[in-house]
Ligand binder design. Structure first.
Ligand code: SF4
Length: 76
């Protein structure tokens, strides 16, 4: 089972990734809203109900379903 992405991972920092979408940096990302979550993102490689899953942007790691980053894109 792959490890979860750390919020301190340089890529996570660059993208403003947080494990809980409620903790996204509002000042830095004014377009963020709490209904945006990894589990509803186009790049989430799991089912919407999975607690964690791989993400295209974080090779070999898992992101939290409740997480968020600035590359969030609504699942089509
Ligand atoms: Fe989460 Fe999407 Fe960002 Fe990946 S790209 S960390 S699934 S919000």
């Amino acid at each position: 089972q792959p490890a979860k992405v750390s919020e301190k991972d340089p890529q996570a920092v660059a993208l403003g990734y947080v494990e809980d979408t409620k903790r996204a940096d509002k000042a830095k990302f004014p377009k963020h809203s709490v209904d945006q979550k990894c589990s509803g993102c186009q790049l989430y490689q799991g089912k919407a109900t999975d607690a964690a899953a791989p993400c295209t942007l974080f090779a070999g790691k898992l992101v939290a379903g409740e997480g968020w980053c600035s590359a969030w894109t609504k699942k089509a």
